[in-house]
Design a protein around this ligand. Structure first.
Ligand code: ZN
Length: 215
């Protein structure tokens, strides 16, 4: 019995809650909007404008090669009080990429991001959410925070703004929800124009992970 307790304790120590960002760690009425795959020259500025209009903060999981093309957008994300996250360099399928290459892509993107916000490490979200146990432990070893999501807006399906808005009304969010969205298309933008005022009137506010004190 004592042995079992000991094992449980050591597992808990191996996976400190500060390392993985989950819905359970958001202890406020806030939600955490997250935008993947940008920055995008057409849509990121407009997403930033609608977030500013309703006083919402978010975390942007950016792709390295997009940061090289659109550095001014990364600067604007930081200037507006949002958080930059790491979404790999090329958004390759991590299932077919050797671990060393996965980590090299993350390092390369972290270096780029450091120029904009001064941080050496950034919260990471794997492309398509493909997080293997090996990558998970490698990131844990170097104390790099990982954030998946708890609410999938399905905005990448290309079904239009109406379908995104409908999803939120049919499957309402709970407090602390980590919402997956993308700042690279018109559907998400149009949906935000409709969703944000509704959320605001209901008392929902979005924060970046750092704004919530968890990443
Ligand atoms: Zn992505």
């Amino acid at each position: 019995m004592k042995v079992v307790k000991g094992i449980k304790r050591s597992l808990a120590e191996m996976l400190p809650p500060s390392w993985l960002i989950t819905k359970a760690r958001i202890h406020s009425d806030a939600i955490a909007l997250t935008f993947d795959d940008g920055p995008h020259p057409d849509f990121t500025p407009l997403v930033l404008a609608v977030l500013a209009k309703y006083g919402m903060k978010a975390t942007f999981f950016t792709i390295g090669e997009n940061l090289v093309k659109y550095p001014e957008l990364a600067r604007k994300i930081v200037k507006d009080g949002h958080q930059l996250g790491n979404h790999s360099y090329f958004h390759r399928d991590y299932r077919s990429l050797p671990l060393a290459q996965q980590l090299a892509e993350i390092d390369r993107t972290d270096k780029l991001l450091e120029e904009f916000d001064g941080h050496q490490r950034h919260t990471f979200r794997p492309p398509r959410g493909e997080l293997s146990a090996r990558l998970l432990f490698a990131l844990m070893w170097r104390k790099q925070t990982v954030a998946m999501w708890s609410y999938d807006s399905m905005d990448y399906q290309g079904l239009g703004a109406k379908s995104i808005v409908q999803r939120f009304s049919e499957q309402p969010m709970n407090r602390g929800e980590i919402v997956l969205m993308h700042d690279d298309n018109a559907h998400t933008l149009d949906a935000l124009e409709e969703l944000l005022p509704t959320w605001k009137s209901r008392g929902w506010a979005s924060q970046s992970f750092s704004g919530l004190g968890i990443g």
